[in-house]
Each structure stands twice: as structure tokens, then as C-alpha cells.
Design a protein around this ligand. Structure first.
Ligand code: NAD
Ligand code: GLY
Length: 362
């Protein structure tokens, strides 16, 4: 097992990464400070892993709330079901919420933990690759609003993140691809050597090689932990973690949450952002082609939805959380392995990128 630390002074916490972690009860037990725990999971995960996690909590009052599965249920109404369960079972301020699932469960459970009785402890047990490398780390929690994704939420850090890589065995391939988009993102924004390593190992990673996946999760978590430690509340630097997301969020919200997976939209969004960077001369043509090839090898879509016009993109991108004083801000690459956030956008080149997408011409 490997431990990566998110260094946030008195709110620092460990990320445990390894296989067979559900048989190491102490890893979870040591983060339960009261006598109650509420496992928050969904209808897909409960039959797979609920009993194993419950078995780690001997001696504690353990309750569960099993939510419907899907991005379309990432709403305030669903979070209210968590509050119903907590109040119904008499959970007090010393309870610990345990998120057992992907990013949807983690984001909602974390938000419920931030709000219940003005804040209770929570632990993340992420079960998708995407949640293991991204959403479970860093304390962004929340839900969607019909007018915008993740528009309601809180920064609220967990007590620990427990990544049992065994859970990837049941993950559908499409979800593995979605998580791989975020892994590739870390290489692009912060670590060219890691990017090259992913290129070399993409076939084995996608075939489910557990040792390589653990390595990819570790490097990704180290990268995210480093950024979060420097800029927890996204005053500046943390926004680089949103590379490709401004385009991606536009795709997700235009298509309706859940139609494109978050990671799929991010994959295509990264290619669109890279296309813009190539037009400004920051990336070479061959680097753009290589990225497209890598995304295809990772099983990700590389063409934006046919029914999305440039105007559709611009209007959706204009309600992104990074927008400042009415101006779109984008995360862009200075070169492979280095990203900046800027509102210095050449509108003509951006429109060229959006038009090229419609022509499937990246
Ligand atoms: P998800 O939570 O919807 O999970 C994907 C699907 O896989 C679901 O059907 C789920 O039930 C199933 N599943 C999960 N683990 C499984 C397993 N081990 N075996 C079989 N099936 C499994 O999707 P996701 O990609 O994990 O997360 C996407 C969400 O995360 C989005 O809502 C996005 O906004 C959010 N997100 C948040 C952050 C953050 O920093 N908080 C970062 C990135 C993404
Ligand atoms: N997923 C982006 C962030 O955590 O900031």
C-alpha cells in the first residue's frame, strides 16, 4: 500500500492506495472518531461492496443510504435523502459519513457532510478510476442545478481517502476510459514525463493491469495533492486542474447530464483546448495528433457532438465558474506538461477551433 498525503496543515489527510484494502479494517476504523457511521452509496455499488465496507466497522452503529445511480440524480433532492436517513437514524454531530462510489456519490456525500449539523466528518472510498484520481481528493463537493453543473456546493475536505484498486475489476470499460481522461490531464498540465509514460503504457492500462493502474493513480493523486495544498480554494493555480473542462462542461450541459460521461466530455474538451493551443503556436501539429491518438487508444471520443454549434459552445462556456467580469477564461498549455489560466483569448482562433470541431477536423 502507498500513502499520499494532502498537506493542509491541521486538515491534512492521507490517501491510501492499494489492493485488498477492504481487508484492512483499521485503515477506515482509525478515521471514525464517534460511534456512528452512515455509508452513502448507490444501487449499483451496494450489492458489490457494501457488505465489505460494513465489515470494516465492527463496534460502530453503521447505517446506510442507497441512492439511485446516475449523474441526473446529483441534485439537492437526492442529498435530502441523505439528511432524511441521518435524522431518521438519530445520527449526531460525531457521526462519520462514508462515500462508497464514484464522483457522483462522493460529491453528494461530501456536500451532505459539509451541511449536516453544520459539518460532520467524512471519508471517501472512491470506486471509479475518475473518482480515485480526481474527485475524491481536494474537497470539492456539491450538486448540479438545471442551469449549471456543480453550481451548488462547498469546499469540504475528507478525513481520509481509501482507494481499493480491487474495485476497478467491476468497473465498465467506458468508465475506465472516462477516468483515463483525467489521468492524461495530469500529464498534460504538470508532468511531461508522466504523459510519455502513459503513451507508452496505454494499452496495458486499458487492459486493466492493476500494478500500472496503481502507479497511474499514485502519480495523479500526488499531482492533485500538490496543487490543492498550494491553492485549496482555487484562488488561482487550482484552476489548471480544469484543463479541457470549460469545453467539456459545455458538452455535458448541452447534451443533458449523463448522456456524455464527465470524463468523455473532458477528453474531447482537452483535445479542443489543445487545438486552440496549436493555433496559437504553443503546441506543435504532431503533439496535437499524438494527443488525439492517445485519447482514441484510451477509448475516448475525440469529436464534439454534431448538433453543437459554435454559438452553443460560447453560450455554455460563458456560464463557467472560471468566467471573470463576463470574460471566458480558459486553461491553456504553454507546452506539454505546463498549464496556465488566462482570459487572454483570441476570439477568432477560438471560433476556428469550434468550427474545426464541427467539421471533425482536429
Ligand atoms: P459516477 O459516480 O456516476 O460513476 C460512474 C458509474 O459507474 C455509475 O453508474 C456507478 O454506479 C458505477 N460504478 C462506480 N464504481 C463502480 C465499480 N467499481 N464497479 C462497477 N460500477 C461502478 O461517475 P464518476 O465518473 O466517478 O464521477 C463523475 C462525477 O464526478 C461528476 O458528477 C463530476 O462532476 C464529478 N467530479 C468531481 C470532481 C471534484 O473535484 N469533486 C472532480 C471530477 C469530477
Ligand atoms: N477537479 C478539479 C478540482 O478538483 O479542482
Amino acid at each position: 500500500m502507498i500513502t499520499v498525503t494532502v498537506d493542509l496543515a491541521d486538515r491534512s489527510y492521507p490517501i491510501y492506495i492499494g489492493d485488498q484494502l477492504f481487508s484492512q479494517a483499521d485503515l477506515l476504523r482509525r478515521h471514525i472518531h464517534g460511534r456512528q457511521a452512515m455509508i452513502v452509496t448507490n444501487t449499483t455499488l451496494a450489492p458489490l461492496y457494501l457488505d465489505s465496507v460494513k465489515a470494516m466497522l465492527d463496534g460502530v452503529q453503521v447505517d446506510e443510504v442507497i441512492l439511485p445511480d446516475g449523474e441526473s440524480f446529483k441534485t439537492l433532492e437526492t442529498v435530502n435523502l441523505i439528511f432524511d436517513a441521518l435524522l431518521g437514524k438519530g445520527h449526531n454531530r460525531t457521526t462519520t459519513l462514508i462515500a462508497l462510489g464514484g464522483g457522483v456519490i462522493g460529491d453528494m456525500c461530501g456536500f451532505a457532510a459539509a451541511c449536516y449539523q453544520r459539518g460532520v466528518n467524512f471519508v471517501q472510498i472512491p470506486t471509479t478510476l475518475l473518482s480515485q484520481v480526481d474527485s475524491s481528493v481536494g474537497g470539492k463537493t456539491g450538486v448540479n442545478h438545471p442551469l449549471g453543473k456543480n453550481m451548488i456546493g462547498a469546499f469540504y475536505q475528507p478525513q481520509a481517502v481509501l482507494i481499493n484498486t480491487d474495485t476497478l475489476a467491476t468497473l465498465p470499460t467506458r468508465e475506465l476510459s472516462a477516468g483515463m481522461a483525467e489521468v492524461i490531464k495530469y500529464g498534460l498540465i504538470a508532468d511531461k514525463g508522466f504523459y510519455r509514460w502513459i503513451q507508452q503504457n496505454i494499452e496495458a492500462l486499458m487492459s486493466g493491469d492493476r500494478a500500472l493502474l496503481a502507479q497511474a493513480i499514485q502519480v495523479s493523486c500526488e499531482c492533485k495533492a500538490d496543487v490543492v495544498a498550494k491553492d485549496e480554494r482555487e484562488g488561482g493555480l487550482r484552476a489548471i486542474l480544469n484543463f479541457g473542462h470549460t469545453f467539456g462542461h459545455a458538452i455535458e450541459s448541452h447534451q443533458g447530464y449523463g448522456s456524455w460521461l464527465h470524463g468523455e466530455a473532458v477528453g474531447t474538451g482537452m483535445l479542443m483546448a489543445a487545438d486552440y493551443c496549436a493555433r496559437t503556436g504553443k503546441l506543435s501539429e504532431s503533439e496535437l495528433v499524438e494527443l488525439k491518438q492517445l485519447l482514441i487508444q484510451a477509448g475516448l471520443p475525440v469529436v464534439p457532438p454534431a448538433d453543437m454549434s459554435a454559438e452553443d459552445f460560447i453560450s455554455r462556456m460563458s456560464i463557467d465558474k472560471k468566467v471573470l467580469d463576463g470574460r471566458i477564461r480558459l486553461v491553456l498549455l504553454e507546452c506539454l506538461g505546463s498549464a496556465v489560466v488566462t482570459s487572454d483569448i483570441d476570439r477568432e482562433l477560438l471560433l476556428e477551433t469550434l468550427a474545426a470541431g464541427a467539421l471533425e477536423a482536429y
